[in-house]
Design a protein around this ligand. Structure first.
Ligand SMILES: NC(=O)c1ccc[n+]([C@@H]2O[C@H](COP(=O)([O-])OP(=O)(O)OC[C@H]3O[C@@H](n4cnc5c(N)ncnc54)[C@H](O)[C@@H]3O)[C@@H](O)[C@H]2O)c1
Ligand SMILES: [Zn+2]
Ligand SMILES: [Zn+2]
Length: 371
């Protein structure tokens, strides 16, 4: 069948929109009609020369936040059936590997070829002429239709609007889990969140839910700071220096308990600032990405040792998407988690370059494509 999709052909080119050929689903695969896709910053890293240090395969259909309805299933599919509403998990979850079976679904081994964009059997379903196209994170949600592994599907209640549920494919669980699991925010904590976009806003929601007493957001964009104070931030400042001073002031000089970095491209200076802003035995969580081979943690290890601090990374908020995605949508239904407010602008697929230009200009908390 045909599907209109947005893809990149090289790491220094724009998003192209064209009609592609899409194969039917094979064993353990499903055909999805997407209702919406989110414009996460991670897809733009595909257009950043050198970012993936040669590990990403081109051409690649973008998009790893997606929600839609199952149209057809291949042989042996058990997780979903035709008509089910699903949110895509941007890491496939097999349920059986060492990581899935020990509560670390976000690190499932079946996601090991995410940046190649193939399906779990190593082959491709999108084609343009003789050329095979991958799908970012083994998905490629910037497409009217997609074929994906059943491992990438998380069924959800059909009464939740798909153009809201889509956010719970990446931004919401990644940000939420960065605070709740990776940083382990506990009641009374003083928390700093660097960067308040699609991911950071949800780190704010997670930290507030977990009981942070003071929650300081750092973002150079005034609109992001203003928005953060409507979803749980108690303070919002423009620079890391101001956050450091504020955290010390609020803690009689002790420092923040937790610092979470969700900036669009993680800079060495932000990591150093976060390390200095936390107290003894505090934790810095790095959720934002930097170029794969950038050596950008410049920390005196002696201080790390003597102050017993932790610096850790997190993928998918260190959660379990199969459980997490329906759980977060349940909180949304109960009015405990804000999702509608996070969608700033909806775009047509053809306007994807404009959508990402708006992200870079700081205009969106999250932009989405509506099909
Ligand atoms: N670890 C994961 O599983 C995971 C998942 C999704 C996205 N990501 C990464 O998270 C990062 C954020 O993604 P997003 O979609 O929220 O991006 P975004 O562009 O929506 O948000 C980034 C925010 O950082 C702010 N910012 C930029 N420089 C800053 C600085 N020096 N100090 C403070 N704030 C600054 C921007 O103004 C913006 O509000 C990206 O690197 C993305 O690739 C990681
Ligand atoms: Zn993402
Ligand atoms: Zn697994």
């Amino acid at each position: 069948m045909k599907t209109k999709a947005a893809f990149v052909t090289s790491e220094d080119g724009p998003w192209h929109v064209a009609e592609l050929e899409l194969d039917p689903p094979k064993e353990h695969e499903v055909l999805i009609k997407y209702a919406a896709a989110g414009l996460c910053h991670s897809d733009e890293h595909l257009r950043s020369p050198g970012f993936w240090a040669g590990t990403a395969r081109y051409p690649m259909v973008g998009g790893h936040e997606g929600a839609g309805i199952v149209q057809a299933v291949g042989e042996s599919v058990t997780r979903v059936k035709v008509g089910d509403h699903i949110v895509c998990s941007f890491i496939p979850v097999c349920g059986k590997c060492r990581f899935c079976s020990t509560g670390l679904q976000g690190l499932c081994d079946s996601g090991s070829t995410l940046m190649q964009g193939n399906l779990t059997d190593g082959t491709y379903r999108f084609h343009l002429g003789d050329e095979d196209l991958g799908g970012n994170c083994m998905l490629g949600t910037f497409s009217e239709y997609g074929v994906l592994s059943e491992y990438s599907c998380v069924p959800i209640d059909p009464d939740i609007p798909l153009d809201v549920a889509v956010l719970v494919g990446c931004g919401v669980p990644t940000g939420w889990g960065s605070a709740v699991y990776a940083a382990d925010v506990t009641p009374g904590d003083v928390v700093i969140v660097y960067g308040s976009g699609g991911i950071g806003s949800n780190a704010v929601q997670g930290a507030a839910y977990a009981g942070a007493k003071f929650l300081i957001v750092v973002d150079p964009v005034e609109g992001k700071r203003q928005f953060a104070t409507t979803i749980g931030a108690t303070h919002a400042v423009g620079t890391a220096e101001e956050a450091d001073a504020l955290a010390k002031e609020l803690t009689r000089g002790v420092g923040a308990d937790k610092a979470i970095i969700t900036t669009g491209v993680v800079q060495s200076e932000t990591i150093s600032a976060a390390f200095n802003a936390i107290r003894k035995a505090g934790t810095v969580v790095i959720t934002g990405l930097a170029g794969l081979n950038d050596i950008n943690i410049n920390i005196p290890s002696g201080q790390l040792t003597l102050e017993g601090k932790t610096i850790r990374g997190t993928l998918y908020g260190s959660g379990n998407p199969l459980w997490e995605i329906p759980m977060l949508l349940g909180l949304y239904k109960e009015g405990r988690l804000k999702l509608d407010e996070l969608v700033t602008t909806s775009y047509k697929l053809e306007d994807i370059n404009e959508g990402y230009a708006d992200m870079w200009a700081g205009k969106n908390i999250r932009g989405i494509i509506k099909f």
